[in-house]
Design a protein around this ligand. Sequence first.
Ligand code: SF4
Ligand code: SF4
Ligand code: FES
Length: 278
Amino acid sequence: MTPSKEGARDIRFHITRYNPESDSKPHVQTYTVPVTPGMTVLDGLHYIKSYLDATLVWRYSCRMGICGSCGMLINGSAGLACNTQILHITSTDLTVGPLPNFRIIRDLVPDLAPMFQKHHSVKPYILRADASEIDDPAGEYYQSAEDLEAYLQFTYCIKCGCCMAACPTLATDKSYLGPMPATAAERYNRDSRDDGSRVRALVTGDDHGAFRCHYAGECSRVCPKGVDPGKAVQLLKRRLVLNYLHLGRKGQPCSKLHGPGSGKPMAGVGPAPKRTVE
Ligand code: SF4
Ligand code: SF4
Ligand code: FES
């Protein structure tokens, strides 16, 4: 029996269903959910699964806009189910579907593997020309508050894929790098400890890289964390052009480093901790 809720308003959830083992194509199924103020789309899905249809499938984990698992298409816009209050966006009907631009695994679960393969391809970690500085660190790299500020906004990405789902370029070119991996690349390119932008340029500057973006800006509009991936892609384009013209800032990655790069640990900075993995 479904629980009654005082003051609840009935909202019709029109949900895309798809089971590859029994369905030839996705279809829409409608459920009526009693919604009280404060209920999120994720809460509504839990209600359906608990009281109306246990076969409904979606992905979630943290329930607090941190893990990036619950990205879906909500009333035609990509967003986080746990971060979207139902009564903020409707008083009658709500459509919920899987993120576009991804293969549907089942119901509301998209296959994000291609996005993470592209993310991996841009080497989203600090690269140094001398690999021994990473493998056998002997000091610390100095980074000022201003250095941190240069890339901080791009670290807030939770890899939810909403920007990838909203991108019109990805809709027409599945091989396009996409805003999330491009943002990850620019996040490390802008890190004063990093020396890898030219290595990343082999991916970010190729035929399906940053220059495929025509700056529709949808990625930034839907991003639930204020990352502004559209801006990251434009900064990436500028970097690629300046490097092509040999006008990029020289020596920037290493200019403020102390430690193994210069052979002189910074004054007052102790030795690097022992490796935890051999
Ligand atoms: S840039 Fe924003 S929308 Fe894109 S994956 Fe990161 S958090 Fe999600
Ligand atoms: S700004 Fe570029 S990456 Fe962002 S949605 Fe538009 S085309 Fe895609
Ligand atoms: S459940 Fe983690 S972001 Fe929504």
